[in-house]
Write a new protein. Structure first.
Length: 369
């Protein structure tokens, strides 16, 4: 192709700047003229690079209550994402998706590259973590999820090329979609997240997380309530009230914290504690970029981003006792902040963009994964 490709972007929803939106932010800077399609758009909650372009929100955005309770509308997501009509002449659709965005329909002649954060978690796994154990509720939900899985698999067949955020997700794409994929790790803002020149710490350990069930913040709260060690928790979510009931006075809830505050928390903590299973996990790498070791559950994407004994310590069971034992082991280890920082730098933004550009070229050349 002698001219630059005409690109359209698709993202599940835009109501904050989490790990997926940080990836999208760089992609938007790479394609400043690309129009963006999404189920939900709250411009005040996203970056300038995302906001300052033509953004198409789905018809669901006009439904009362959708902005605040969009997850309740999950059964309508397939219809909403398929309702978009992308302009003729589009060469590439680039979706960044963990839910429905990969189901967008490209116009004739366009190729579709999906940067996949994970196959839809609540359709394929983690149903109990998302929907609870109530038998009647689960019976209704299971029927819905069966239809959602069928749609999700069909939507995956329309994607020309998949790129996974980790080898862990690569295996999930293979298992649930029957597709191969390349791996391009998400970017860490290592220029922003840097060590504190003062060194040392202020005696607390840190959780940075959305307060939702699958993140297993409850595990950290229970462990620290038992041990008496100081724990600060930065984040908000539906589980806050329940977590407060589990906490002791040594556990402090900070609520939503802006980036500058999170960076300072990383710099002054002893360890970042990461009790859940993640597909990749950008937070542990941000902490490592600040020279801080990670105490994490040893499963999923963190096995690719934390090096046991060099940048962190793992625990093998999601129990308070196992987490406490890993913290005790971390306390006995002599950590090298420079080595921890150097590891995080291998996940920088330049590496992400180089990998993504290569995958875009392969997609435009017609190579299907």
């Amino acid at each position: 192709m002698s001219r630059p490709p005409t690109v359209a972007l698709a993202h599940d929803w835009l109501n904050g700047m989490r790990g997926g939106e940080r990836c999208l932010d760089l992609i938007c800077k790479e394609f400043p003229q690309a129009e963006l399609y999404t189920l939900l758009f709250r411009p005040e909650l996203v970056s300038d690079a995302i906001r300052n372009r033509r953004v198409h929100a789905s018809g669901l955005q006009r439904v009362p209550g959708f902005r605040e309770h969009y997850r309740w509308f999950l059964p309508l997501f397939p219809l909403a994402i398929e309702s978009f009509r992308l302009p003729a002449g589009t060469d590439l659709v680039l979706s960044t998706s963990h839910c429905a965005a990969k189901g967008i329909r490209p116009p004739p002649g366009a190729k579709h590259l999906c940067y996949c954060f994970t196959p839809m978690r609540y359709a394929w796994s983690l149903q109990e973590e998302y929907f609870g154990r109530n038998p009647l509720k689960r019976a209704l939900i299971d029927r819905l999820l069966a239809r959602l899985r069928a749609w999700d698999r069909a939507a995956s067949d329309r994607v020309d090329r998949f790129v996974a955020i980790s080898r862990h997700v690569q295996e999930r794409i293979r298992r649930f979609y029957g597709r191969e994929s390349a791996v391009v790790y998400p970017p860490v803002a290592t220029q922003y997240f840097t060590p504190d020149a003062r060194g040392g710490h202020d005696g607390y350990d840190l959780v940075v997380s959305a307060l939702v069930p699958y993140k297993r913040v409850d595990l950290a709260v229970r462990a620290y309530a038992q041990s008496g060690r100081s724990l600060k928790i930065a984040g908000a979510g539906t589980e806050l009230a329940a977590l407060r009931k589990l906490a002791a006075p040594n556990v402090e809830f900070l609520g939503r914290v802006p980036d500058e505050g999170v960076r300072e928390l990383y710099r002054r903590c002893r360890f970042l504690v990461f009790p859940g299973e993640e597909d990749f996990g950008i937070v542990p790498l941000e902490a490592q970029a600040c020279g801080k070791p990670v105490v994490a559950f040893g499963k999923g994407g963190l096995l690719e981003t934390v090096v046991a004994g060099r940048t962190g310590a793992f625990f093998g069971e999601q129990t308070p006792e196992a987490l406490q034992a890993a913290v005790a082991q971390a306390e006995k280890t002599e950590w090298d902040p420079a080595a921890i920082r150097a590891h995080a730098e291998t996940f920088g933004e330049d590496r992400f963009l180089a990998g993504l550009r290569a995958e875009i070229a392969a997609t435009l050349e017609g190579r299907r994964s």
